[in-house]
Design a binder for this molecule. Sequence first.
Ligand SMILES: COc1ccc(C(=O)Nc2ccccc2)cc1NC(=O)CCSCc1cnc2[nH]ccc2c1
Length: 273
Amino acid sequence: QKEAAQKRWTISDFDVGKPLGRGKFGHVYIAREKRSNHIVALKVLFKSQLQQSQVEHQLRREVEIQSHLRHPNILRLYGYFYDQKRVYLILEYAARGELYKELQKCKYFSERRAATYVASLARALIYCHGKHVIHRDIKPENLLIGAQGELKIADFGWSVHTFNRRRTMCGTLDYLPPEMVESVEHDASVDIWSLGILCYEFLYGVPPFEAKEHSDTYRRIVQVDLKFPPKPIVSSSAKDLISQMLVKESTQRLALHKLLEHPWIVQNADPSG
Ligand SMILES: COc1ccc(C(=O)Nc2ccccc2)cc1NC(=O)CCSCc1cnc2[nH]ccc2c1
């Protein structure tokens, strides 16, 4: 991969194909690198848009963060290049597409599938925290599925190095933990909260604090108003794990490495992830 890191890419190195998830991801196209026939996702960002929303520094920081992250459950950013008007990100292509579409189709996942996804996300987050990166935006829309069915954390639009934690509000309210909706300082334990929300949504098909009005969701989050519906039937072991993650006091939340030892994960997660 050394040469890939230094090579000066241009758009003529690629055959560009159909748009992927246009809109949400900005303009992303499937593409094939001509020399290697390697299939990638090419994300095209307009410099004008980056300038007017002043995110150039965020993009530069992100490319810097991404270039050090190598994990099977984290979508790779292979490199980038630019021309007069655009910046191009060369991203890993996840062959089985977007997780949220799969969740909508199945309504909710089996305990084995949910546990396998949660365990692989926990391993990816342990890896990120080890590199002092907290993700802060773990939700179905930011997850993709690779060719072997493995989960990939795909969007680092909001990841920050822990040394410069910020209080920006990011993404939908549903996934934010109390300390973020109350916009107090937060740390890597926000990812454990979001993983608990995600685990609940994998098993029930909806996030736990969903409500019609933002104000109701806000109140349910800060009160940790956690209820488990009678249907679908979910094991008490799964509910026990979720209850240990969705804890208001961030220091009391189950640590990620402890999650991997929880009976529900040990008994249900496929070790290959
Ligand atoms: C590591 O990933 C990323 C890294 C950086 C950025 C980014 O845009 N950063 C940014 C931009 C401007 C200002 C500041 C920061 C985005 C992503 N990730 C995505 O955009 C989602 C997957 S797009 C690819 C992809 C693959 N495989 C698929 N299979 C089906 C659809 C699909 C879609």
